[in-house]
Design a binder for this molecule. Structure first.
Ligand SMILES: NC(=O)c1ccc[n+]([C@@H]2O[C@H](COP(=O)([O-])OP(=O)(O)OC[C@H]3O[C@@H](n4cnc5c(N)ncnc54)[C@H](OP(=O)(O)O)[C@@H]3O)[C@@H](O)[C@H]2O)c1
Length: 290
């Protein structure tokens, strides 16, 4: 049986994947959250960390030492940008301080932290952006950006994933896929806005390779050359829905170049192919409709 359930693709980088043992144990924070629950569902040998809300350095050290994982996948965060904007202190504690505590307690273990493509949301250039840039334009993005630097200073072997807006057929959290499925009359996107969005299943599938990445920052998700307006037009047509797509003025781009992770075999379908795969997985379209 493969190390990861439902994951049969052979590793592109044999040498790196050799370092992953069958008994590698993974501690997942935010295990009941959107990304965390899928990682728990799809990856082998996972253990759920208890809630880390307001946790102290000592509590976090006790959790990590007590569970003794080889790998920590840290997904817990305040991921709602509005909530971060409304309460910057809470955002700082959750999105910077807790990862710093984890980094300090993670020496000798592989640490994977979820950052965000929002670190590019203040960039003036159009993109696609590479990892050596970044210009946060709000509190959430500022804190994710600081988190990356602080964690890497403490644990240079840690992996920071600049994740895109993720989607799935999932009812507990608003996401692009559900927004389109539930749309009634019209949705609004811009023909001038380019950004990646990522099928959550592919995020979990990629964890096997992510664990073997050298320490650093990685853009992480699906790429596209199509605008959000074009993607949405195409997806709505594919679903056979009668919903109008309104073209609105462009917000900032969150368009990433993901070549760095690709070199290590961390690959995703294109945005459109990811959406099609998700719709097929949930029997919302049939292959012959394509
Ligand atoms: N969702 C996206 O599309 C997206 C896009 C880019 C980046 N990200 C990043 O990816 C990671 C996972 O996102 P997600 O959507 O799975 O997150 P989520 O579901 O909103 O939250 C994950 C978990 O974080 C914990 N949490 C909530 N408030 C907290 C606080 N104040 N202090 C500590 N922990 C707290 C909760 O676990 P407990 O209830 O157990 O405390 C929650 O289940 C996050 O770092 C997020 O910033 C997400």
């Amino acid at each position: 049986m493969g190390y990861f359930r439902d994951y049969e693709q052979k590793s592109v980088n044999e040498e790196l994947s050799m370092s992953l043992r069958e008994d590698t144990m993974i501690l997942v924070t935010g295990a009941k959250g959107f990304a965390g629950h899928k990682i728990m569902e799809m990856c082998g040998n996972t253990v759920a960390a208890p809630s880390l809300r307001n946790a102290s350095q000592e509590e976090i050290k006790r959790i990590i030492d007590g569970s003794d994982p080889d790998v920590i996948i840290h997904t817990a965060a305040i991921s709602d940008m509005g909530a971060c904007q409304a309460d910057p202190d809470a955002s700082y504690y959750a999105n910077v301080q807790i990862p710093v505590f984890i980094a300090k307690a993670s020496k000798g273990r592989k640490l994977i932290c979820f950052s965000s493509d929002q670190v590019y949301n203040g960039c003036g250039e159009e993109g696609p952006y590479r990892e050596d840039t970044g210009k946060p334009g709000n509190i959430y993005a500022e804190h994710k950006f600081e988190m990356e630097q602080r964690v890497l200073e403490i644990n240079p072997d840690a992996v920071m994933l600049r994740a895109e807006w993720m989607y799935d057929y999932y009812l507990k959290k608003s996401n692009y896929f559900m927004n389109i499925l539930n749309a009634k009359e019209r949705v609004s996107f811009s023909s001038g806005q380019f950004r990646g969005i990522t099928y959550l299943k592919e995020v979990a599938e990629n964890m096997e390779k992510v664990i073997t990445l050298p320490g650093g920052i990685y853009n992480f998700g699906s790429e596209t050359t199509k605008s959000m307006y074009d993607i949405t037009q195409e997806f709505i047509a594919l679903l056979g829905k009668k919903v109008k797509v309104e073209d609105i003025p462009a917000g900032h781009n969150l368009w990433m170049n993901c070549d760095k992770a690709k070199k290590y075999g961390v690959t995703f379908r294109t945005v459109m192919d990811g959406l099609i795969q998700c719709a097929e997985d949930y029997n919302l379209i049939e292959i012959q409709n394509r």
